[in-house]
Design a protein around this ligand. Structure first.
Ligand SMILES: *Cc1c(COP(=O)(O)O)cnc(C)c1O
Length: 397
């Protein structure tokens, strides 16, 4: 039997050092529960940054995956597969957009949206190729590729990786005046997260997104909502943009779209935008593969049929209220929507997260001072109570 210590030693011997994981090994997992090699049990309150919204190994998703594995798993886009059309149709009906482009990781979908916006600016808006500008927000997290980190304000993400991709401008998240001032005739798009996830569960001013949409419309600029983390019911609505009454021009989706099993991402927009792609202009070997489609179709079906949005809203309110009752002067704020909750402290929370792990609750820090609580959406009230008993022990009552 392999031990936690052996697993971690081997990983640290051969692995590049670009992560610093909590010292817990997942051997088995089901629903909200995780078991380590020594048979200790933990509750997963991170859900792989929202990718495990359905819980670990949702039986219907595992069945869809196994069934598809017995048929065909990969065709490449050189050929058709039976499920891609159904995947498009399903995601189109969820987003209300009539064109879908499938990729694998969230970063690839963000890259796809940036390319679409730049080409749209040239072909539709009439901007000279090479002059296109895209506006993003400070504190954003859109992924890790070279172009994406070129619009990041976080020095750790980009140090030593230059030369960076030009054509990006940054504004303060939530500052509508700066957005207005940053727009020029060459602006293709404004990209934002409706709630900043990695940035620390930051909620913008109530009317920011709707004002941004209005200004974008007035200036013929596309509003791109990166809903890789906030989308698909996590915040209590199918898309967090709905919290602010906004229908963006483009949705970027990922994480939970793959049902916690497989990387599946996509961009959804109308034909007037995504129609700028023609054969040869963009692609992905695995994007739209039948195994991913089978999994994503089932993942979307479950989200709709089981009404994950209401589940996240209801459980989120209960959980957040319980967290707010904790009496600890070092807590600055508990904030969030649905089951995307941040608890901000006036100090670094790394040690607290370790202590939570020791009592069986796996929560991860974001932005040093914030503990993120984002359990699977299937979490029950009893399971939240189980967690609260332990959270109260560590965070004080
Ligand atoms: C996680 C995330 C991404 C990147 O997704 P990957 O699958 O890690 O490439 C992009 N945008 C947001 C908002 C995210 O949370």
């Amino acid at each position: 039997m392999i031990t936690t210590k052996q697993v971690i030693e081997k990983a640290e011997t051969f692995g590049a050092n670009n992560y610093c994981p909590t010292k817990v090994v997942f051997s088995k997992a089901e629903g909200v529960w995780v078991t380590d090699p020594e048979d200790n049990i933990y509750m997963d309150m991170l859900s792989a940054y929202s990718a495990i919204s359905h819980g670990h190994r949702h039986p219907k998703i595992i069945k869809a995956a196994k069934d598809q594995m017995d048929k065909v798993t990969l065709t490449s886009r050189a050929f058709h597969n039976e499920l891609l059309g159904e995947f498009y149709e399903k995601l189109s009906s969820l987003t209300g957009k009539n064109m879908i482009l499938p990729m694998n990781t969230g970063s690839e979908a963000v890259e796809t949206a940036l390319k679409a916006a730049r080409r749209w600016a040239v072909d539709v808006k009439g901007v000279e190729d090479g002059k296109q500008e895209i506006i993003a927000c400070k504190g954003n997290f859109h992924g890790r590729t070279l172009s994406i980190i070129s619009m990041s304000s976080e020095p750790a993400y980009s140090r030593g990786y230059g030369p960076l991709t030009p054509g990006f401008k940054l504004i303060d998240y939530g500052n509508i005046e700066q957005l207005k001032k940053s727009i020029t005739k060459n602006t293709a798009a404004f990209i934002m997260e409706p709630i900043q996830g990695e940035g620390g569960i930051i909620i913008p001013p109530e009317n920011f997104m709707s004002e941004a949409k209005k200004i974008c419309d007035e200036n013929n600029v596309l509003l791109i909502a990166d809903e890789v983390q906030t989308g698909l019911a996590r915040t209590g609505k199918m898309f967090a943009s709905e919290l602010f009454g906004v229908e963006p021009d483009m949705y970027i989706l990922g994480k939970a779209l793959g049902g916690g099993v497989f990387p599946v991402s996509a961009v959804a927009a109308d034909k007037s935008i995504l129609g700028v792609f023609n054969p040869g202009s963009h692609g992905s070997t695995f994007g739209g593969n039948p195994l991913g489609c089978a999994i994503a179709i089932e993942a979307m079906n479950i989200i709709v049929e089981d009404n994950y949005a209401d589940m996240a809203k209801e459980k989120g309110e209960y959980f957040m209220n319980r967290l707010r009752e904790i009496n600890n002067p070092k807590i600055v704020e508990v904030r969030g929507y649905g089951l995307l909750i941040g608890m901000e402290f006036n100090h670094n929370v790394e040690k607290l997260c370790d202590e939570l792990k020791d009592v069986g609750v796996l929560a991860y820090e974001t932005h040093e001072t914030v503990i993120r609580f984002a359990p699977p959406i299937i979490i029950t009230k009893d399971e939240i109570d189980w967690a609260m008993e332990r959270i109260e022990k560590v965070l004080g009552k």
